[in-house]
Each structure stands twice: as C-alpha cells, then as structure tokens.
Design a protein around this ligand. Structure first.
Ligand code: MRU
Length: 331
C-alpha cells in the first residue's frame, strides 16, 4: 500500500482526519464540520497523538472562526472547549492558542496559520527524529539497530512522518535498522492497531509484543535502545507519555540501554518546572474491563486507568526536539 496522505488536513471548509478508531480494519476519512464533531473525535481518539492534537486544535479554531465570523466571543468559547478536550498533551492548547493569535485578521488568517502549522509539524518532526537517529547510532555499538517503542508515534500521531517512529523510518531508510519491537500498548492498543499497521505499510521489520514482555525482551538481549514520544515535557525534562513508558524507562536503566524521547518543541511546557504538576488524563473503566466490547472483569470492578505516566528525567538518556538534545542524562 502506498502513502495515504496526511493524518489531518483541511478540505472544503471541514477538518478531514484519518479515522484511527477504524484502523487497522479500514482506512477511512472523516469530515468534521463543527467544533463539537472535532471534540468528539479527539475524545474517542479518532484523532490522537500529541502533534496531531496540536494540528487539530489549530484547525478547530479555523472551523470556529469560519462559522462564527465576527462573533469573536463565540470563537473564544469554542476554543476554550477545544483546548480542554484532553488534558495531558500540551500541544492541543498550544495549537489552539497559536491559531487564536490570528483571529484579529479574520477566519482566513486563522486558517493560513493553521495550515502553516501543519507544514511545520512535518518539518520539525523530521528534524527531531533525524537528530535522535544520529544520537542512537552514536550511542549503540551493535549494527543494525534493534529498537523497542511504545504506543503510536508515527505519522498517525502527527500530521505526517512521526516522532519516535520517525527515528525508525530514518534508520530503516539508511539500512541501519534490524527490527522494531512494538508494544501493543494496553488498553487501547495503539501499538497493535496503529504502529504495526504503519510499519507493515512501509515494510519495516517489526514484532508486536505484549507490554508486559518488554522488560523480558531487554533481559534476553533483544533490544539496543528504547525510543518513545511525549505528550508533555516539563522544563527539567520530566516527560509525560503513554501509560507504561515509565516502566520501560526503569527497565531500560536496569539493562543499561539508552532511553530516548523524541518530540517537537511544541510538546515542551516551559511553565512547569518538573513533571509533578502535569495533569494525567484518567479514562473510562470500560477500556480496562472490556476487550472489543466483551466484559473480561467482574461487573462493577474498580479500575485505575490513567492514560499517561511521567518518566523522571534522570531515567531519560536524551529528550530530543528539532533543536537537538534539550534534556536528559546525556546532555
Ligand atoms: O492517548 P494517545 O493515543 O493520544 O497517546 C499518544 C501518546 O502517548 C504518544 O506517545 C504521544 O502523543 C507522542 S505522539 C508523537
């Protein structure tokens, strides 16, 4: 299968997204004509991943500006609801706020800014992932590299290209990658449904593994380095990412493996000195008590279902953005 276009874009006055709830069974596009439709898509993860959420925030403000015209109070009200549709990825609020700066110029000015942000997203993620690929090649002795990753950080999580999976794409293109171990990523299976789909589409060698097998893979010597994305990076480098990331960092440290975070600088929240104040989204119990709609736990089982965790910077070899290494023990 060839390249299928951007994950999120603007067409005919609507926001068009690849419906990530339908993958891998079906690759289909959704046209979202209102901010409420976009918020619904964000909350059910039809569009997801921090950089893609930044683009969604910006395009959502463009939708609101086109709909409400000169009623800027109504645009600001929509923007406020959009910015809080999911709490952890700072990119969503960043995208909304940056697009809002153009509101005095009218709806077309907002849209032009949002579209520029889409182009920029692909460029900065290519740069960040190229930096991280160089870093891993400089850190790991073995060739070709065997990497482990978590969640989905590919072009489905961005406008195009990807962050941690962008590193994989760079290394594969250079003949420097043996394989990727892709965590399935419980409970919503972004690794199994989305990362495996992207890797298969590009014929990049991979094996899917249960999250619980990641430490065992490291212990067996099957991993040269771990590369993940981020949803919010505090000023000191503490990093919020998909639940399970912290455990991977602990295991990587135990096995002396580099643990690299790759993200655009829009994921850095300089207002937070450390990760302690990052708001962690808690999602519905049914995501844990049910699998594919079928109950797998006693009725009314109590559930702990945080969507993200925070990895302290002392467990991170490098936090890499388009500006290079900005935090981590290798800095
Ligand atoms: O809940 P999700 O699927 O939006 O979580 C996504 C992640 O945690 C990604 O690792 C992160 O956004 C980085 S995407 C390049």
């Amino acid at each position: 299968m060839g390249h299928v276009g951007r994950t999120i874009d603007w067409a005919d006055g609507t926001v068009v997204i690849v419906d990530q709830c339908a993958l891998p069974a079906e690759h289909r596009l959704l046209r979202l004509a209102t901010v409420d439709e976009l918020i619904g898509a964000i909350q059910r993860l039809a569009v997801r991943g921090a950089p893609a959420l930044g683009a969604a925030g910006a395009l959502g403000v463009a939708l609101a500006a086109h709909r409400h015209g000169a009623d800027t109070a109504a645009v600001h009200a929509d923007a406020g609801r959009l910015a809080t549709a999911r709490p952890t990825a700072v990119n969503l609020r960043w995208g909304v706020e940056r697009a809002l700066t153009k509101l005095p110029g009218g709806a077309e000015a907002v849209l032009a800014e949002a579209l520029a942000m889409l182009d920029e997203d692909e460029r900065v993620n290519r740069e960040a992932s190229a930096h991280a690929a160089r870093l891993l090649l400089g850190t790991c002795a073995r060739r070709p590299l065997r990497l482990l990753t978590h969640c989905n950080t590919g072009r489905l999580a961005t406008v195009d290209w990807g962050t941690a999976l962008g590193v994989v794409r760079h290394l594969h293109a250079e003949g420097e990658l043996e394989y990727v171990l892709a965590d399935e990523t419980r409970p919503l299976l972004q690794g199994a449904r989305l990362t495996a789909w992207e890797l298969a589409e590009e014929a990049i060698p991979y094996r899917l593994l249960p999250d619980a097998a990641a430490a065992a893979a490291m212990a067996r010597g099957l991993v040269d380095g771990v590369v993940v994305g981020a949803d919010r990076i505090a000023a000191n480098g503490d990093t919020a990412n998909k639940i399970g990331t912290y455990g991977l960092a602990l295991a990587a440290a135990r096995h002396g493996l580099p643990f690299v975070v790759v993200a655009p600088s829009s994921t850095v929240d300089a207002s937070l000195p450390d990760g302690g104040a990052i708001v962690i989204e808690e999602r519905a119990p049914e995501e844990v008590t049910h699998v594919a709609g079928n109950p797998v736990a006693p009725k009314d089982a109590a559930v702990f279902n945080p969507a993200f965790d925070v990895t302290p910077v002392d467990l991170i070899t490098a936090v890499v953005t388009e500006h290079g290494v900005v935090a981590g023990t290798a800095r």
